[in-house]
Design a protein around this ligand. Structure first.
Ligand code: HEC
Ligand code: HEC
Length: 383
């Protein structure tokens, strides 16, 4: 069930080899995701603890699954496409209900809040924003029975206490850190979030970044795709997936972290429908209410967080339920949802018909947008 055991194992092995000084040079560990690719990245002790925790396959029950198993660094920190739209947990045969998003660029999602001007919710972690910060988010998977399946915080803390990196953990968080389970669990989340805020998690080194910086070029087709992507009368994609640097100079994230209902149909291939009642009481009748589920507010029914479009080449399938196998189908859907024979939306009432569903793009224009999306993959190499 662990699809990337070699890579995960490689990280753990390399970690063991580098020891526990206050500063370590992970070299090939972080290099795949770090700009420039050949640089050795100096990491602080706290960051190195975060890396160790993120990659430690002992922190599941049964052992075998790390955060990095579903957020594989060489795959844009998403799940390598196994042909199944959602990810399998540490217990074989247990699947979650949603497609694993990339953890790259997640640090830029602001704390979950309501923006009165834009009349929309913004930010948070997960497809439905139910964790406000990276720290909150990191506390979830260890205890989730369909993910890493530990019985308790104490069980997770005990595993960290007996790990090879425990001495560094104590060095960073204090010699008595393991005495208080809740505090130690918070520290585990703190270290993971610190790791996820490293530049390696937001490389900004795609061909499009080079184009914006004036150090690279796009093909004529990609340029056409960019124009269509930004044209309000054509793709209008940048209305929700901004494609230019923000006012503070941050390169474009390709998400404004707002929420919307695209009208994505149910995905009949989602293995969650057949999970036992313990995990899915509604069985085949399961409906994913997205933001409404997190907030208990029916007005938000079916809305999900706008995805970043960086690294799409490595993060398929697409959509919160993995409904779309390829990018061409996604753009086709935006283009013809309301004028062609697509299956019904899972939640019809709140579907956005103003900005998408009937874009009137030609087949060539759809191809051009897809070509442009291909310029957004960061230059990360497989280990
Ligand atoms: C079994 C696969 C799996 C494992 C293991 C896993 N995740 Fe995830 N992760 C997911 C899925 C699926 C989601 C989306 C869930 C949702 O929205 O309800 C997600 C969401 C996230 C997000 C939010 C990204 C965003 O843009 O909203 C972050 C960050 C993240 N995970 C980090 C972690 C960390 C840290 C760990 C280890 C403590 C971890 N994950 C373990 C599958 C996994
Ligand atoms: C009104 C806002 C809005 C507009 C306009 C918009 N999108 Fe999106 N996009 C979203 C939301 C919200 C999601 C996530 C929806 C979900 O999975 O339920 C998304 C998801 C995607 C995904 C899937 C990403 C993934 O990792 O699963 C792609 C690809 C995408 N959009 C491309 C585009 C393109 C290309 C256009 C223009 C033709 C566009 N979007 C226009 C809001 C928008």
């Amino acid at each position: 069930m662990i699809r990337k055991s070699a890579w995960v194992g490689g990280v753990v092995l390399a970690w063991t080899a580098i020891g526990c000084g206050s500063e370590v040079e992970p070299g090939e560990i972080l290099a795949p995701a770090a700009p420039p690719l050949t640089a050795k990245v100096r990491v602080t002790a706290k960051q190195s603890i975060g890396l160790a925790l993120f990659s430690d396959t002992n922190l599941s029950s049964p052992a075998g699954q790390a955060c990095a198993s579903c957020h594989t660094l060489s795959h844009g920190a998403a799940d390598p496409d196994s042909g199944i739209p959602t990810s399998e947990g540490a217990v074989a045969g247990r699947f979650g209900n949603r497609n694993t998003p990339t953890a790259f660029y997640a640090r830029y999602s602001p704390p979950f809040h309501y923006d009165a001007d834009g009349e929309t919710y913004v930010g948070g972690q997960f497809w439905d924003g139910r964790a406000s910060s990276l720290e909150d988010q990191a506390k979830g998977p260890f205890l989730n029975p369909i993910e890493m399946n530990n019985a308790s915080k104490a069980a997770v803390v005990a595993k960290v206490k007996s790990s090879s990196y425990a001495p560094t953990f104590k060095q960073v968080y204090g010699g008595n850190v393991f005495a208080d389970v809740n505090a130690a669990y918070d520290d585990i989340a703190d270290a993971i979030a610190t790791f996820e805020r490293m530049p390696s998690f937001a490389p900004f080194n795609s061909r499009y970044d080079a184009y914006l910086a004036g150090t690279g070029t796009l093909t004529a087709q990609e340029m056409s795709g960019l124009a269509l992507f930004e044209d309000p009368a054509k793709g209008n994609c940048s209305a929700c997936h901004p494609s230019r640097a923000s006012t503070d100079g941050t390169p474009p994230l390709f998400t404004d972290f707002t929420y919307d209902n695209l009208g994505i149909p149910k995905n009949p291939n989602n293995p969650f429908y057949t999970m036992p009642a313990q995990f899915n009481p509604a069985g085949a009748g399961f409906v994913d209410h997205g933001l409404a589920g997190a907030l208990g507010d029916p007005a938000q029914d079916g809305r999900f967080k706008v995805s970043t479009l960086r690294n799409l080449g490595k993060t398929g399938p697409y959509g919160h339920n993995g409904y779309f196998q390829d990018l061409h189908t996604v753009v086709d859907f935006y283009n013809t949802r309301d004028v062609s024979a697509w299956p019904a939306a899972e939640i019809p009432a709140t579907v956005n018909h103003d900005e998408l569903g009937n874009l009137g793009l030609t087949a060539q224009e759809v191809d051009d947008i897809v070509a442009f999306l291909g310029t957004l993959d960061d230059r990360t190499s497989d280990p």
